[in-house]
Design a protein around this ligand. Structure first.
Ligand code: ADP
Ligand code: F6P
Length: 499
């Protein structure tokens, strides 16, 4: 974590120590954390367990929660023995802080009303669509903005409470864009990083946001604002100049007498973990079983996404349907498996999407399936990491066709899981991952004919060529895994000279 603050804290770790801080008063450092992650969610979900044994122990059980952010940060936190502040995923009171796998977890409470206004409303019906090119129209509501501000303030206060003197606090993602400025006000001694996992829109889209100045100032509270892509960092720098007249040179802004850096840090995955899983004989066996259960088709085409309208699920289903209709693909030689993880199920756009996707799946199966041989196997469920790895191993072609995506970790997971076995990735140009995985079969998801051609090229690729492409992408990923991402970010945060 670099810097004088970090060194001092690690020497003090484990002892009660009183120091005089820059921010007024004296602080007890015992039990405070030198490294804090603040994210909307904890890396676990609370699950209801009604068994008698669970009732006796308070009925609280936890399981890992899905999503790119959790997948990306878990190994980093274990290594740094950090504290993670976030929501348990259930409305109501928050459980007491607890330890899991070497991480201290500090659950935040969200009331029913806050889940509706801060999480489903402002985060996922306003900001999420706006930042994803407004592929669905963003909804603007004043009462959602108030809840967003209120919840961001509570997260900032929780971070101020648990962070050690001059600790590093790393705030994550679009749900918490006001936290950096709020936290800086409470604790100017802290080194604050912010990373946005989703795209950052161009000025003309961002300007639609009624809370635009507040959000921008919120982000500028950080020392380092990280983005998935260079273009996003540039959008941010230009926006700051446009909206606040903040000058910048290179990637550094001058804001209220401080330097704020805005740079790209493309996120990655735990490549070694995925390779280990894919090499596991049990996973291999399961992959063979999946293929057998699918009727041993020549080509298994796979999609794995949260059921989200940014992911282009309908576009790829439509491409598959048209290829079947034209006889360029046929069942049972080719089958598609579409895993669509349940997500944000009370938000209207998501409900509408589910109806559309399920209607399309039904239509394809109605037109092209046979008794016992559906054309599309549609799974609206969450899976374990090993089951996902088995699916990746079983798939000849992986389709990742978002209309807009910050990165898309599924694309990287598929590549990591393929080892020497080839396989082909059809990848949208509008996924951040397309900037790195250049040997994928790239396509524009809005161009249906282009998607169909990319899919056909992927299905028919010569096995040696497929292995060559996979090999190049795997070598890239091995050098750019999630640990490299986190250490690049933290090094850059630690390097800032004016702290
Ligand atoms: P997003 O962050 O928008 O959900 P990503 O593709 O970047 O999209 O990350 C999704 C993560 O969630 C991946 O790590 C993937 O393995 C995981 N995931 C996706 N679908 C499932 C599922 N059905 N069960 C368990 N994990 C899933
Ligand atoms: O990657 C974007 C993101 O919103 C993450 O912050 C989150 O972990 C994931 O997608 C899943 O979303 P949610 O937490 O809303 O289920």
């Amino acid at each position: 974590m670099g810097g004088a603050g970090g060194e001092r804290i690690s020497r003090l770790k484990g002892r009660v120590e009183i120091i005089r801080s820059d921010y007024g008063g004296e602080q007890t450092l015992a039990g405070k954390s030198p490294f804090v992650v603040v994210a909307n969610r904890l890396p676990v979900d609370e699950v209801t367990d009604d068994t008698p044994a669970a009732r006796m122990s308070g009925g609280r059980r936890w399981r890992p929660s899905p999503g790119g952010l959790v997948t990306a940060l878990h190994p980093v936190l274990v290594e740094h023995k950090g504290t993670w502040i976030g929501w348990s995923g259930t409305a109501g009171d928050a459980p007491e802080p607890f330890e899991m796998d070497g991480i201290t977890l500090v659950p935040m409470a969200l009331s029913d009303d806050e889940v509706e206004r801060y999480y489903e409303g402002q985060s996922n019906a306003t900001i999420w669509p706006l930042y994803h090119d407004a592929v669905e129209p963003p909804v603007f509501r004043r009462r959602w903005r108030d809840a967003y501000r209120e919840v961001n303030r509570r997260y900032a206060e929780a971070a101020a409470e648990v962070a050690a003197y001059r600790a590093t606090v790393w705030v994550q993602d679009y749900q918490l864009q006001l936290v950096p400025a709020m936290l800086r006000e409470l604790r100017p001694d802290l080194r604050i990083g912010f990373f946005l996992h989703i795209p950052f829109p161009p000025i003309e889209l961002f300007m639609q946001l009624p809370q635009r100045t507040e959000v921008l100032r919120g982000l500028l509270g950080a020392d380092l604002v990280g983005f998935q892509q260079r273009l996003a960092a540039q959008n941010f720098l230009r926006l700051a100049r446009h909206l606040l007249g903040t000058p910048y040179s290179g990637s550094t802004l001058e804001y209220e007498g401080r330097k704020v850096k805005a740079e790209a840090f493309p996120i990655s995955i735990d490549v070694a973990e995925m390779q280990r899983l894919a090499d596991n004989p049990l996973v291999r066996e399961r992959a063979a079983q999946i293929r057998a259960e699918l009727g041993d088709p020549k080509t298994v085409i796979l999609g794995v996404d949260r059921l989200d309208y940014t992911k282009g699920i309908e576009h790829r289903l439509k491409a598959f349907r048209e290829l079947l209709g034209e006889g360029r693909l046929s069942v049972p030689e080719a089958v598609m498996v579409q895993v669509a993880t349940p997500s944000r199920e009370r938000v209207e756009h998501y409900q509408a999407l589910r109806v559309k996707v399920e209607r399309e799946v039904g239509r394809i199966n109605g037109d092209f399936g046979r008794v016992g041989v559906p054309a599309v196997h549609y799974l609206h469920q969450s899976y374990s990491r090993s089951e996902l790895a088995a699916l990746y191993c079983a798939a000849d072609v992986m389709m990742v066709t978002p209309l807009r995506d910050g990165m898309n970790l599924v694309a990287k997971e598929y590549v990591a899981a393929r080892a020497e076995h080839g396989g082909a990735l059809v990848l949208s140009e509008f996924a951040g991952a397309a900037g790195e995985l250049r040997q994928a079969f790239l396509c524009n998801p809005h161009d249906l004919d282009g998607v169909k051609d990319a899919l056909i090229r992927a299905v028919n690729v010569d096995p040696a060529e497929a292995r060559r492409r996979m090999g190049i992408m795997q070598r890239h990923l091995r050098r750019h895994d999630v640990a490299a991402w986190a250490s690049d970010f933290l090094r850059s945060l630690g390097d800032l000279d004016d702290h």
